[in-house]
Design a protein around this ligand. Sequence first.
Ligand SMILES: C[S@@+](CC[C@H](N)C(=O)[O-])C[C@H]1O[C@@H](n2cnc3c(N)ncnc32)[C@H](O)[C@@H]1O
Length: 491
Amino acid sequence: MGRVPTKQQKNNRSKDGGDGTQEKQKPSLKGAERSAYFARREAAKVLRVVLQGDANRRALASIKSLIYKPSVRNKKATFALICQTLKHLPIIKDVLEASSILNTKWKRQQELVYIIVYDILFGQAVAVAGDAEKYLMRHKNALQSTLKQLLLRRNVKNVEQLIALNQLPDVSLPRYVRVNTLKLDVDSALLELKEKYSVEKDDLLPDLLILPPGTDLHDHPLVNNGSIFMQGKASSMVAPALNPEPGWEVIDACAAPGNKTVHLAALMKRKGRIIACELNKQRIKRLKETIKLSGASMLQSLKLNPSSDIHVLNEDFLNIDPKAPSYSKVKAILLDPSCSGSGTAASRLDHLLPSKAAGQDTDMERLNKLAAFQRKALQHALSFPAVEKIVYSTCSINQIENEDVIKSVLPIAESHGFELVNPFAEWHCRGLPVFKGSENLVRTDPAADGEGFFIALFAKKKNVQKKKKHFFPRIHTDPFRTWLYYRLNGP
Ligand SMILES: C[S@@+](CC[C@H](N)C(=O)[O-])C[C@H]1O[C@@H](n2cnc3c(N)ncnc32)[C@H](O)[C@@H]1O
């Protein structure tokens, strides 16, 4: 399975066999056996992070993003091994439990055990190499006969039928890439990609290109040098929905990893200022990397005010004082808060995770907490004095995080002079019809569009903007106009 590691890679291998645990001795292996040995340990490391994140309901990263880290060398083999192991995990766990072969030592290395048991029961032949392989291969017969008994008990003929009992449909998405116009124009990107792939322009977003499903671009030079970003269509719709003008000051309220921040920078054509606010210190690093890769420049201080830059702020958005002079000119806010991620679960392969198997993700307490934060953050965004537009987005399909949030803040938004507007008139999929005006909301459908996103755009009513400029300053000196103003606008 996979490539033989290079000399450099061999030297770089950690002394612990890659799974965080000491193995007595490095086995002397050759060729494919050696590759499989290391792929299992790389896969076990990623699987540990994925399963721990899933168990805590706090995933630090998706399977794909962990695989694409430079530390994972044999990406293809490792990815396949993790997906297959996760797909078979309920069966593997049942077999291990029923066969009672794991003592405390092996339970501490359970991710590596899962991977090896996958290979023993369903995958490739396992060479007796490495302590874990040796141990599990000694129990090969017990594992195989326990699996047979399991199939009998569940009344299925084969493993495929057992898996099919709790599987979600496969999603086969086109590969979308957003051209980073800070570095490359769309036609040049199209030409370069066309040399190798079949590529089309998207009909809604001018900087988006569509490639066939499964196109593997993670090592493509245009991706590596930041000329294109592997970003889905729904995610690429959020910054254009806000459509900030070059020269504006904009806050990206929940910014990391920064895909939408740098999209804003591209749309603003290097003119204006973006404050990229992110609470999580660990994610600030990712945010800065994204900005660096995009070619946008980063500011160190909010006080400086050059023509175009991104200022990264490690801060709770809710703690930013809207009345502070530094924010007095903020004209637009992009609010893409933490959400359940239910709309991108399939593309992130979350359906393979234990907590999501058989549609168990109905943790209402968590959803209520998320919705409470989303409402608070949106209300906070509405209180910035000079703001003219706010875009709110989630990658969730849950009404509680979407329409319900908008409905609950709508009276406050209207009291600040905002209305809901429709950012993409021609878009086919709209918000759930749970209040008047929900036809302005944008949804993307996980089945038809591959991902379930939600976008709401608030804009200051035109007459409010105008009156503030021309009419309001005079109301103190003209009683009739003061009366008329309040008649028309309310208190
Ligand atoms: C959905 S992600 C944003 C994705 C980002 N807009 C992009 O397109 O790359 C939400 C982010 O908000 C951050 N966050 C959560 N609560 C926050 C808060 N109170 N203030 C600022 N950032 C917050 C999370 O750490 C997370 O990085």
